[in-house]
Write a protein that binds this ligand. Structure first.
Ligand code: NAP
Length: 326
């Protein structure tokens, strides 16, 4: 089968389209014919050799079984292992293969727990855009953020993968939503329902006197103490991702908040795919729509990675695997 392979850490130029062996599913796995996969920041961080990923997946070069990137996939089940009970050949599925990877390929294996049936009327490209970003947005608002109707919610990084799901979900729950991102993303953030937008290149939302009941932060790279000015006295800050020192700061402030019963600082850490079934229902009901910036062919993966890395994408960047070979 064809796959995008990386044998050393570095730039997207090192991604190669290669012929590799088709994987075989273990007893608790299914073999999926992958039709589409989407890029997440984790793919880029792993490919570039960010230290934490080296510890997990190979210090000097990626381990042989981790040399095909791609966690978010949508495709058709081809065969199932002996212990698989939830799926059968022909089922159309989607999910986040965060522990096995291997999605930028014609075939991938996945544990059945990583998968749900694809939303009925979605294309494979739309479904592949959902798992990691949609789940983080849902978890960040629902469990971590404890979102309530009528609240004032701010999404920082609202125009990217997680943000475009978060804006739609927060509006569905009946909150007043402010989306923060760069100039060229404000139009799409408005188009998916945000009540207010803030261009972070022009205005610092922590310094404008506004206060929010919930801040969902996709881009936690600044001091956590800044956010305290923008949170209501009992408000919640929910961090999806950011710099490691900022994660420790959020943990410290979280501990402080639980002692003083004041502002809460929390990390979004419920685990992959938890909530994916709820997202499937919302998408089938037409209440949430995946926002796709660009669809690339598998052979164009280096270009897709460069585009994602430049940060100009609105919503998700998707790779259509079947378009190269059909
Ligand atoms: N909690 C978990 O378990 C978990 C798991 C996986 C990933 N993550 C995290 O999820 C995040 C990835 O989110 P994503 O897929 O939505 O990424 P994304 O598509 O790249 O979106 C990030 C958005 O943030 C915007 N941005 C950049 N600088 C900003 C600033 N200073 N202020 C406000 N917005 C800014 C970017 O726009 P511009 O580039 O135009 O500025 C972009 O629209 C990462 O933080 C990652 O670490 C968390």
């Amino acid at each position: 089968m064809k796959a995008i392979v990386f044998t050393e850490y570095g730039s997207p130029d090192l991604l190669q389209l290669k012929e590799v062996a088709k994987p075989a599913p273990k007893d608790d796995e299914v073999l999926i014919k992958v039709h589409a996969a989407s890029i997440n920041s984790w793919d880029l961080e792993f490919q570039s050799g960010m230290f934490v990923n080296r510890l997990l997946f190979g210090l000097f070069k990626p381990k042989p079984e981790k040399q095909i990137l791609g966690a978010d996939i949508a495709g058709t089940v081809e065969t199932v292992g002996k212990k698989v009970t939830r799926f059968q050949p022909g089922d159309e599925v989607f999910g986040d293969l965060w522990d096995s990877w291997g999605g930028f390929a014609e075939y991938a294996c996945a544990r059945e727990t990583a998968l749900e049936l694809k939303p009925a009327h979605s294309t494979f490209e739309e479904a592949a855009a959902v798992p990691q970003a949609g789940v983080l947005a849902l978890q960040g608002l629902r469990k971590t953020g404890q979102i309530q109707p009528g609240q004032r919610v701010l999404i920082n990084g609202a125009g990217g993968g997680v943000g475009t799901f978060a804006v739609q979900l927060a509006k569905l729950i009946g909150t007043e939503v402010t989306g923060v991102d760069s100039t060229q993303k404000l139009e799409v953030i408005r188009s998916i329902g945000a009540d207010h937008v803030i261009d972070y290149t022009q205005e610092d939302f922590t310094q404008n006197g506004q206060r929010y009941d919930l801040i969902l932060d996709v881009h936690g790279f600044r001091s956590m103490f800044d956010y305290r000015h923008a949170l209501s006295p009992n408000g919640t800050y929910a961090m999806v991702g950011g710099a490691v020192p900022r994660i420790f700061q959020a943990l410290f402030l979280g501990l402080w908040g639980s002692i003083t019963r004041s502002q809460k600082f929390r990390l979004v850490a419920e685990g992959p795919n938890k909530g994916l079934a709820d997202l499937k229902e919302l998408i089938e009901a037409g209440k949430v729509v995946p926002i796709i910036d660009t669809v690339y062919k598998l052979s164009e993966a280096p270009e897709a990675f460069r585009h994602f890395g430049a940060g100009r994408h609105k919503g998700k960047v998707v790779i259509c695997i079947s378009s190269d070979f059909s």
